[in-house]
Design a protein around this ligand. Structure first.
Ligand code: TRP
Length: 370
């Protein structure tokens, strides 16, 4: 199947090297990781394992940081559904970066985008989901003094006066070339990228001086920031820097975790029974029979259960390596392995759901609106 990676569609076998070439990004090298480690003391497993694999100007962000010019963070979420584990991956690294670098974070909830792009989504519903999804962000432990979460709709006065400055410098032909828009797209869709550009320079607007911005995101969002990097210097701001993550594979064969097929993803609000069912139906690298598996060994490299350990549920590299080699050698049977994963997921969700409910009481500490 041909590979498609746009902000609105990800499909086919993903070739990450090809994305680096086609999008014109850079690979995160071991040298760059060492440079980060000099400041942080350790490396998050998402960096160690190359799940964040690509960047733009991360070296420049570190140059500036070393000169005493601190950066801020920006990321976001399109609130059209409940949050699943795949969404949490970039946020987990963002939280780590906030802690280690003492960075402020702007977190954009693009309820406007989801309303414009989803045929059956009402604006009120997208707006409600913005605040529901914000609970998942807060549950990860972001610093309330340094984190600013907003719905585009409810922060529109601040955002709009900046967004039109971007929009004025973006032609229809560029938008068509970058995003593949057709004459049948509505004009809101064409304008929208201007809104997503704003938090990449909002801190500079607010402070009245240029502040470097680092944006962690799954690489499907890249088109927006190619546009932003082109336009922001024309407005007198720095180009935003970025680090890019891979997609968390879905539980089914092929494809990423997707909210549009609930069986492919584990949602943060799933109950233990649902989690067990989804994991027991998951695609693995196992053989047809236990005998064959003992003889030939499993194939962790194509197994969605193994990927879950790797991307989220096993932080310890030694243990992950153990899972891998036990599977390869045939001593680990899929049924047991799934059970082990289900226990970890259920344990994580139990804790997350508690924090998520508690977040309702502190929500307003995080929200900015106008
Ligand atoms: N458009 C993104 C989505 O649909 C949401 C988003 C807004 C975002 N700003 C961002 C994601 C910055 C990553 C980084 O999910």
């Amino acid at each position: 199947m041909t590979m498609v990676v746009t902000p609105w569609e990800v499909r086919g076998e993903i070739d990450y090297d090809r994305l680096i070439r086609e999008f014109g990004t850079k690979r995160i090298t071991p040298e760059l990781l060492e440079r980060i480690k000099k400041h942080t003391g350790d490396l998050h497993f998402l960096l160690r394992r190359g799940i964040f694999f690509s960047h733009r100007d991360l070296d420049w962000i570190l140059d500036e940081y070393e000169k005493g010019n601190k950066f801020y963070l920006y990321t976001g979420r399109g609130p059209s559904e409940n949050v699943h584990i795949g969404h949490l991956v970039p946020w987990v690294l963002t939280k780590w970066l906030q802690d280690r670098f003492g960075a402020k974070l702007y977190f954009q909830m693009t309820d406007d985008e989801k309303y414009l792009f989803k045929r059956n989504l009402e604006l009120e519903e997208a707006n409600r989901l913005a605040y529901e999804n914000a609970l998942d962000v807060i549950a990860l432990g972001f610093d309330p003094d340094k984190t600013f979460i907003f719905s585009d709709i409810d922060y529109a006065k601040t955002l709009y006066r900046e967004a039109i400055k971007v929009a004025k410098r973006l032609t229809l032909s560029t938008a068509k070339a970058v995003f593949g828009f057709k004459n049948s797209n509505n004009v809101g869709e064409i304008f929208f990228t201007s809104m997503q550009a704003v938090p990449a320079f909002l801190e500079s607007v607010k402070t009245g001086r240029n502040v470097p911005c680092l944006i962690p995101y799954a690489i499907d969002q890249d088109a927006h920031f190619r546009v932003a990097r082109d336009i922001l210097p024309k407005l007198g701001f720095y180009k935003p820097a970025a680090i890019h993550s891979k997609f968390v594979p879905g539980l089914l064969r092929g494809g990423k975790m997707s909210a549009s097929d609930p069986r492919s993803a584990i949602f943060t609000v799933d109950d233990p029974e649902t989690v067990r069912k989804k994991i027991s139906a998951a695609f693995t690298g196992g053989r047809d029979t236990a005998e064959e598996q003992k003889k030939l060994g499993g194939r962790p490299e194509i197994c969605s259960v193994f990927r879950y350990f790797e991307f989220f549920f096993e932080e310890d590299d030694r243990k992950l390596e153990e899972i891998f080699s036990e599977c390869r050698s045939g001593s680990r049977i899929c049924g047991d392995c799934k059970e082990e994963l289900a226990k970890k997921v259920i344990g994580f969700l139990e804790d997350h759901q508690k924090k998520r409910e508690r977040a309702r009481d502190v929500l307003e500490k995080f929200i900015v609106r106008d």
